[in-house]
Design a protein around this ligand. Sequence first.
Ligand code: NAD
Ligand code: WQD
Length: 337
Amino acid sequence: MRVLVTGGMGYIGSHTCIALYNAGITPIIYDNLSNASIRVLDQLEKVTGSRFEFILGDIQDQQQFKLALMQSKVSAVFHFAALKAVGESTQQPLYYYQNNVSATIAMLQSMQQCNINHIVFSSSATVYGEPEYLPIDEAHPIRANNPYGWSKVMLEQVLHDLCIANPQFMAIALRYFNPVGAHESGWLGESPNGIPNNLMPFIAQTAVGKRNVVSIYGDDYATKDGTGVRDYIHVQDLAKGHVAAFMHHKHDTGYHRYNLGTGRGYSVLEMINAFSASANITIPYKIAPRRTGDIACNYADATKAQQKLGWYAVKTLSDMTNDTWRWQTNYPNGLES
Ligand code: NAD
Ligand code: WQD
């Protein structure tokens, strides 16, 4: 079986290509390299021994995408391609809605024309907004508090409605909590452009001396130690969750949504301490004001994926920090260096 992986050169998409390959599914990568290096292809070959097919393309170019669908003879699409920076989305909402929402609608139109009726969509726990209860299950109300999050809410609605209109269509929305970590080989990991927005890459860059100090955005939350709590999930567990979801539903129709999380939360201080243990380095940090839009705590009720898909996260916090540290020390300046 062949599947098209949009954004497959990115952090989560590339790790998912490995999981797909290991499951006997051939990934064909479609990516415009706006947030990834072409060298990811080399790294994927080092890990798998296989040179994946790669198409340099933009999901906003409907003709280009449709041609890729027809030529690659795929039976499904794994859709990772998106812009994902919350802060940037607030400053440039139209850019985000164009790249994430309009382009995906055009993709879905092309899929209908090519009679490709299966999509696995990268959604996000950000669709839950401020939790009304914890742990968060899939029935929790969805509403975002930034244009990026709204782009995910909108696309979930689009997929839901398409599955009603087209009884042959099957869509799976996977709501990722906080993906972290790197492939255990040390060949592949997260390479954010510029100053990292997310905690784990910032800690890693501080540990390797690229950043001076970690700013903890608030230590006065109603959490175990006052710092923010999140459900961090190893990117390899996340990747395997995509394969489990697709294999379970590949003969189905309809709209399906799953949380992909571990079901437990760690605080910022716990993450810093865990990383210190992995790197055997004291990581400097300071308390800074809360970051606008941050919530105190969220973590997943991950039982639906376990009960229906037989999938659950197995990697530990030290796996997440050990694997990140290995990647960071191998490639302190990312793959381009
Ligand atoms: P990433 O930026 O590493 O990967 C996205 C990939 O898509 C990149 O390779 C980029 O070049 C490509 N891309 C972007 N716009 C494109 C376009 N118009 N045409 C073709 N390719 C395009 O991001 P990631 O962390 O791997 O995230 C993958 C998906 O998971 C995204 O949809 C993101 O919203 C979602 N997600 C990420 C997180 C997270 O914390 N990383 C959490 C929840 C959901
Ligand atoms: C985690 C915790 C911060 C950085 C974001 C997006 C979400 C999704 C995942 C795409 C929080 C604290 C962080 C730092 C800190 N992305 N922190 N110092 O905000 O939970 O989720 O990434 O879908 O949409 O919102 O992740 O890693 O930014 O923050 O103290 O330098 O670490 O306050 O408590 P977040 P994060």
